[in-house]
Ligand binder design. Structure first.
Ligand SMILES: [Zn+2]
Length: 209
């Protein structure tokens, strides 16, 4: 092998090593759900995100996994109370489901009205609005300008509901998540839309039917 081939081999091995190091799952003392650690080149500090069934940890390159682990264990009490809160939000009794179904026509109408109001206010053109109850998406916009919004938006705080509607409306102009898309969206929102987008991840989509 010549020096060039050695170099390629070295890069290749480093890449495999890096991939292996990227994700780790652990069960830590005092935390009832699995903890996923992920290397993140862009992270400036150790970032912990709690979900109802797992904890996700972004680890910057300059922190070791054991530092990240110690950090997670040190905030176990906070994580546990977050999990409790998220689980409480997520429990639906049959009564909840029935009540939602009864309210559905009214809530769907309210959502549609809000959508039409915001579209008109900011001069957006769209083809058709459909209100659905998708499992994973708050909203979507097709390339031909058909917009779907989730009935579950009815249960979000008003600023988040408006954020999702405006997000989909801006997609009629920018069918991607480019810099220009976020810049345009920021024109219509009071606080940075990227921050609101992150806030939205704390909310679960409820199934209405
Ligand atoms: Zn989008």
């Amino acid at each position: 092998m010549n020096i060039f081939q050695y170099f390629i081999l070295l890069v290749f091995l480093l890449k495999i090593y890096y991939e292996l190091m990227k994700l780790k799952t652990e069960h830590l003392p005092g935390i009832p759900v699995p903890v996923f650690f992920r290397r993140n080149r862009r992270a400036r500090r150790i970032v912990v995100t709690t979900e109802h069934n797992c904890v996700k940890v972004s680890v910057p390159l300059w922190n070791s996994y054991s530092q990240a682990r110690d950090f997670v264990v040190s905030i176990a009490t906070k994580i546990n109370s977050n999990i409790k809160e998220l689980t409480a939000k997520g429990v639906d009794t049959q009564r909840d489901v029935n009540m939602r179904l009864a309210r559905m026509p009214v809530e769907a109408k309210k959502l549609a009205d809000r959508f039409v109001y915001l579209a008109k206010k900011y001069g957006f053109k769209y083809k058709k609005l459909t209100i659905r109850n998708q499992r994973t998406m708050w909203g979507s916009c097709s390339s031909s300008g058909n917009i779907s919004i989730n009935i579950a938006l009815a249960e979000l705080p008003g600023d988040l509901r408006d954020y999702v509607i405006l997000h989909e409306l801006v997609h009629t102009k920018h069918p991607n998540h480019s810099k220009r898309f976020w810049k345009e969206l920021d024109k219509y929102t009071l606080i940075s839309s990227k921050i609101t987008d992150r806030k939205l991840r704390d909310y679960r989509i409820t199934q209405w039917w």
